[in-house]
Design a protein around this ligand. Structure first.
Ligand code: HEM
Length: 259
């Protein structure tokens, strides 16, 4: 077996399986790639993330302006107005359903939170975060990052297609997403709750007011959409069928050129 795995201490000879490939009707080498925990948490996360995005848009449409600081109401100087983009306040209100949005947003925020905590706790404990996600010091050199970025621009280059460990940019984006982005979204979300703000006034001070927290939460939503778009493009570039199948079944077919 020529391929070497960097998938943590658990990867041993049992992680490689030679099996008949029903599609290619030949013998293929398969690698056990993603654990049950990673796969289940990932897809729960995708469903919860989808509902959070959709329900968040509904809530936003009910009040389609953003402000900075503590104060914000219709007529107050806004830093973003949907009406500047051709959708009036009334039209936005008709497009959104605030009740549905709030119900689903709070429900899936709990799903996202509990699932995220299970994922983080389990994968910190098993060493998955340390071994697979955390970039090594030597990976973070500017030359290496520049090379990887250039490689990414060459859509689906062979080097990437055969890679069985995450690239540095991929690792950095996952770590930022899990350990910075999600906690900030959570905090800017709960800072908007009057009861939480009353109990923990420092939270509002941290973000400079309820309206600032809401604006940061909305900017985070845009970043989330960008993350998902780039993430899915990455998966497509790296071989959608093999990668998505691996995230569902846990088995990754080692590309021929790597065998
Ligand atoms: C809510 C949006 C999403 C988030 C936050 C997210 C996050 C992540 C994270 C953190 C990982 C690394 C998992 C680990 O190894 O522990 C990952 C991997 C992966 N994700 Fe997503 N994901 C999202 C949506 C999607 C979607 C829509 C797809 C389907 C195309 C997808 C397909 C994959 C695949 C195939 C991998 C493994 C990549 C590889 O082996 O190179 N993800 N995702």
């Amino acid at each position: 077996m020529l391929i070497s795995s960097s998938f943590g201490p658990a990867a041993g000879k049992d992680d490689f399986v030679v099996a008949t490939d029903p599609v290619r009707s030949g013998v293929s080498t398969w690698l056990r790639l993603h654990t049950y925990n990673v796969r289940i948490c990932h897809w729960i996360n995708v469903i919860a993330g989808g509902y959070l995005l959709l329900s968040g848009i509904h809530i936003f449409l009910d009040f389609p302006e953003l402000y900075w600081g503590h104060t914000g109401y219709q007529g107050y100087p806004a830093i973003f107005k949907l009406s500047d983009w051709g959708i009036s306040w009334d039209e936005a209100g008709e497009m959104g359903n605030r009740m549905w949005g709030r119900n689903y947003h709070f429900t899936f925020a709990w799903v996202f939170l509990i699932n995220g905590m299970v994922y983080a706790a389990w994968n910190l404990w098993t060493g998955h975060v340390r071994d697979r996600l955390w970039p090594r010091r030597d990976e973070l050199s500017s030359a290496r990052l520049r090379d990887e970025l250039a490689e990414q621009m060459r859509w689906g280059s062979p080097a990437r297609a055969t890679a069985t460990s995450y690239g540095t940019l991929q690792k950095v984006s996952y770590v930022l997403m899990i350990f910075i982005f999600v906690p900030v979204m959570l905090l800017t979300g709960i800072a908007q709750s009057p009861s939480i703000a009353a109990a923990w006034p420092w939270l509002l001070d941290l973000f400079g007011g309820r309206q600032s927290a809401r604006t940061l939460h909305s900017i985070g939503t845009v970043l989330f959409v960008l993350f998902v778009v780039v993430h899915v493009l990455e998966v497509l570039a790296a071989g959608a069928v093999n990668r998505i199948r691996a995230m569902i079944t846990g088995r990754f077919r080692v590309p021929e050129e790597a065998q």
